[in-house]
Ligand binder design. Structure first.
Ligand SMILES: [Ca+2]
Length: 215
């Protein structure tokens, strides 16, 4: 019994200490699909989940193939198809109280106005706007830049959303999304269930040892 408890506690300590799975972005470069082609571009309406890992919100987005040069791989996204759209993904395995950086490639549809595109990035109740001026760009010369949105996880699972604030057919362009821990974990109250379990396990072991000492 004691041996079993010690083994279970060791496993628990390892899982708490290293994290069973690090947070990651699924299909952050928008390369994988659910079996449909993209061609030059394909318009995806509200609720569409054709881009593996992502759900379309708002009006619609354009999934861009050969229409313009991507930042990475062969595909990217225009977050405004005919008017403002969004893309969302549920982030898993976040460590509560830990800072994360979401990094992404940003450009804009150069084929129409406004010249300055704006995307809102949000996770949970944190959000920020990022702008990009397409003046001088073309579909062959997108001049992608990398931007970073930082947030602190307040739940193990939170939704990352990129929302166009351009209500035209020419929105912010997005590609190559990734996530990384950017700081230490800051303890928060109340303690996560895993920590409570861990402390309970330690107290139990201490109790066993005292019991044996008396016997
Ligand atoms: Ca891509």
């Amino acid at each position: 019994m004691n041996k079993f408890s010690a083994a279970a506690l060791t496993a628990l300590v390892l899982s708490v200490g290293t994290g069973a799975h690090a947070a990651s972005i699924t299909n952050g470069s928008f390369e994988e699909d659910s079996g449909i082609g993209v061609g030059s571009f394909r318009t995806l309406g509200n609720g569409d989940m054709s881009i593996t890992g992502w759900t379309v919100g708002g009006s619609a987005v354009d999934w861009i193939g050969s229409y313009w040069t991507p930042a990475d791989g062969a595909r990217s996204v225009d977050l405004s198809a005919t008017s403002a759209g969004s893309l969302a993904q549920v982030l898993m395995s976040l460590v509560i109280g830990t800072s994360y950086d979401v990094t992404f490639a940003l450009s804009g549809n150069p084929a129409g106005g406004p010249a300055v595109k704006t995307v809102n990035v949000s996770v949970g109740n944190e959000n920020a706007d990022f702008t990009y001026d397409v003046t001088g760009n073309s579909t062959a010369n997108m001049n992608w830049v990398y931007r970073t949105f930082s947030f602190v996880a307040d739940a193990a699972s939170e939704t990352l959303t990129f929302t166009s604030l351009n209500n035209t057919a020419y929105g912010p362009a997005l590609d190559d999304v990734s996530i990384a821990r950017s700081g230490p974990t800051v303890p928060q109250v109340p303690l996560p269930a895993s920590a409570v379990l861990l402390m309970g396990g330690l107290a139990g072991l201490a109790g066993l040892r005292r019991h044996r000492a008396r016997g």
